[in-house]
Design a protein. Structure first.
Lengths: 203, 221
């Protein structure tokens, strides 16, 4: 009974957290990254930072909205299929309610200068939040003192921002590169002598 | 029958929009404007700008909007469910595979290879939003820079690196500042002077409070 209660509490927490996050993801799916990191990595400690990046990669290469996909992965990780369903509900409820209200008087909403002033300023806030998370995560990768990830980071930025290369193509290429690196490293380790599999996992 | 049509149409949108956000727009336009004529092109343009102004995924936003226009609240619910159903099935399967195989060397390698790329994708999206906040739709140059928004970005950066609060506070706080600038813009004469002075005092006070909070935190750690 106690365990059931604990599980229920987790679901409630998951629901309220995803709902709060969804209410503030202005400007596309990526805004969910700093919000997810703060809530689930830093505050609740349900996830590790690397996992958020993995989730975004999977969410980005699957069909559908990135924020919805990310919340499915998150919910499933935390509480299985019920968790995924609760996270979906939390994610889609705020935009549904807001859009339902707005669609009844959308012309006046769109032309309203107060609304425009507030939303324009919030966009500036979103920019600050994203710069912060990019700097922190980018620093995490630079700090590993490996050349390949840093080169990949710079090349991908140029490819996405300037050349608009398909994101799915980039993810596939980087995955192939990563697999090749891991296989070469493990082959080299076998040659140099036995090493525990756990070492591989840490890389 | 219109509900079933909505459902089927948004299932296709959910299934074929890979990459999120703007990738979904041509698909939505094709289904909603061209195939079914549920919205006119200019109504569709309105949906895009509203979706940009409000939180949430653009596909969910347009599903709700179109659903309501066509069949009220039930329409909104049916369209939204249709739109997220394909992701639910596919991503749940991927989530299962990820949890099961994430400790494998091959999977570890693939994920490690992707991570730096994801950081860059976020950076690219962030730069787009930053330029939009600073220059709006005009060309990026020093004359065009929106000083108020530039100030908000700098203050937001200072806060997030210094105190690392919940990002929601920064986004919400930026909205409050935007509201303040709007109110201030409508005033003139002594009223404006009073508001300006009060705002200046408030900024000073909050810097002092932030400094105190920071010192406390440092002492605690």
């Amino acid at each position: 009974m106690d365990k059931l209660d604990k599980h229920g509490n987790k679901l409630v927490k998951l629901f309220t957290s995803t709902m709060l996050i969804s209410t503030f993801t202005f400007g596309g799916g990526y805004v969910i990254v700093p919000l997810m990191k703060k809530k689930f990595v830093d505050e609740l400690r349900w996830l590790q930072e690397d996992e958020t990046l993995d989730y975004i990669a999977i969410a980005q290469s699957s069909p559908g909205a990135v924020a919805v996909n990310a919340s499915i992965l998150l919910g499933y990780r935390i509480a299985g299929v019920p968790g995924a369903l609760v996270a979906i509900l939390g994610t889609i409820l705020p935009p549904m309610v807001i859009l339902s209200v707005i669609s009844y008087f959308y012309l006046s909403f769109q032309a309203n200068p107060v609304v425009n002033a507030v939303l324009g300023a919030m966009r500036a806030g979103v920019a600050a939040v994203i710069i912060n998370v990019v700097v922190r995560m980018g620093w995490g990768i630079v700090r590993q003192r490996k050349i390949v990830p840093v080169v990949v980071m710079l090349a991908v930025f140029a490819a996405v921002y300037f050349f608009k290369v398909s994101i799915i193509l980039i993810i596939l290429l980087c995955a192939a590169l990563g697999v090749a690196t891991a296989l070469i490293e493990s082959a080299r380790e076998k040659k140099d002598g036995p090493s525990s599999d756990d070492d591989m996992r840490k890389i | 029958m219109v509900l079933l049509k909505l459902f089927l149409s948004f299932i296709q949108i959910g299934l074929f929009s890979i990459g999120g956000g703007y990738a979904a727009l041509p698909l939505i336009q094709n289904q909603v404007v061209e195939l079914h004529g549920w919205l006119t092109l200019s109504e569709f343009a309105d949906v895009i700008s509203i979706a940009e102004m409000t939180p949430g995924p653009i596909a969910v936003n347009s599903a709700t909007f179109v659903g309501i226009q066509i069949a009220g609240i039930p329409g909104a619910i049916v369209a939204t469910i249709g739109c997220i159903l394909p992701s639910c099935v596919i991503v749940l399967l991927l989530a299962y595979l990820y949890q099961k195989y994430k400790t494998m060397t091959v999977m570890q390698g693939a994920l490690a290879g992707i991570r730096p790329a994801v950081v860059s994708m976020i950076a690219s999206a962030g730069l787009t939003i930053l330029l939009l906040a600073l220059f709006g739709s005009s060309a990026a140059s020093l004359q065009n820079v929106d000083l108020k928004n530039a100030g908000i970005v700098l203050a937001g950066l200072a806060m997030s690196f210094w105190l690392d609060p919940n990002p929601i506070l920064i986004i919400g706080g930026a909205g409050v500042v935007g509201l303040f600038f709007y109110v201030q813009g409508t005033l003139s004469g002594p009223a404006r002077a009073i508001v300006d002075a009060a705002a200046g005092a408030l900024v000073l006070l909050s810097v002092v409070l932030l400094a105190i909070a920071d010192r406390r935190r440092r002492r605690a750690s």
